[in-house]
Design a protein around this ligand. Structure first.
Ligand code: AMP
Ligand code: ZN
Ligand code: FE
Ligand code: FE
Length: 282
């Protein structure tokens, strides 16, 4: 069965494989169209497009922006925007700067825990401006302080753990505005991560729709059947687009595969045209 995958990370942010390799894995998984949605950066898109043209896989411009609604972190995906737009890229650059302000504080805390790590080592390993906690997790794996990225998050990096430091994040309405101003469609990523009750989520998404949200990521690697149907009903009720993707990262999420997630994911290619049409109307 053919499928699409609209949520993929590469070495341009915190994924462990370069765009070309991700497109190759997509082709093997019979993915007909994909979006690279690196955190706060668009630099992986042209490489993916070149690879996609060579391998016969359609590549849609994408991005993922973390935001904070006052209670929870919400990730906003952007699709089909003009990814070369100067103002859009300047705005993303300010988000990457907030990463560089936070990350050294995480490193200080790890050092206080007795771990021999420096931010220089993290930046070298990352090889990109969009440095994230998964890069720090990779360094801890390399140095044998932990056996997996999951262990790095569970012991040190996750919220509530000793090396957790919050990042300054824009409100979701701002992330949505940036994407729309660049001609794209904004989509709420993995609603399950929002950690809200069904009622609170409905209120939240209704507000986001008023702020310009265009869709919900209904299909996602770790969504249960019941979560998927809840989000599907919410999208239908509010007249929002339905999208889906794996959130493939490579090494830091070794159980998630391109196209198929944990094995059961299939995002229907029919979801793509409505998304493109919505972007054309922005
Ligand atoms: P950051 O953007 O630097 O705050 O890092 C957040 C990213 O870390 C998320 O987008 C996930 O990709 C990843 N992440 C968060 N929690 C975990 C976890 N428990 N295990 C592996 N990766 C995680
Ligand atoms: Zn990530
Ligand atoms: Fe996310
Ligand atoms: Fe993601």
């Amino acid at each position: 069965m053919s499928r699409i995958d609209l949520h993929l990370h590469t070495t341009h942010s915190d994924g462990s494989l370069p765009p070309v390799q991700v497109v190759l894995l997509a082709q093997k998984a019979r993915v007909t169209a994909l979006a690279i949605t690196d955190h706060d950066i668009t630099s992986g898109i042209p490489e993916a497009m070149t690879a996609g043209a060579a391998l016969g896989v359609e590549v849609i411009p994408g991005v993922e922006i973390s935001s904070f609604d006052g209670q929870n972190e919400l990730h906003i995906l952007g699709y089909c925007m003009d990814w070369k737009d100067e103002q859009f890229n300047r705005r993303l650059a300010t988000l990457r700067q907030s990463r560089h302000r936070r990350n050294p504080l995480i490193i200080e805390r790890l050092r206080a825990e007795g771990l021999d790590v420096t931010y220089g080592e993290v930046k070298t390993l990352a090889g990109t401006e969009a440095v994230g906690r998964p890069h720090i997790a990779q360094l801890l794996m390399q140095k044998k302080y932990v056996n997996s990225a999951k262990e790095a998050f569970d012991r040190y990096l996750a919220e509530g753990k000793p090396a957790y430091v919050a990042r300054e994040l824009p409100p979701p309405s701002e992330a949505i505005d940036w994407i729309k101003n660049a001609g794209g469609v904004a989509v709420l990523a993995h609603p399950t991560w929002a950690k809200k009750s069904e009622g609170d989520l409905r209120v939240c998404v209704t507000g986001l729709k008023d702020a310009g949200l265009g869709g919900i990521e209904v299909h996602y690697s770790t969504h249960t059947k019941s979560q998927t149907s809840t989000y599907l009903n919410l999208a239908r009720e509010l007249g929002l687009l339905i999208t889906g993707g794996s959130d493939f990262h490579g090494l830091t999420k070794p159980d998630i595969a391109v196209g198929t997630g944990r094995g059961g994911l299939t995002v229907n290619p029919d979801l793509l045209d409505p998304l493109k049409n919505a972007a054309a109307r922005v």
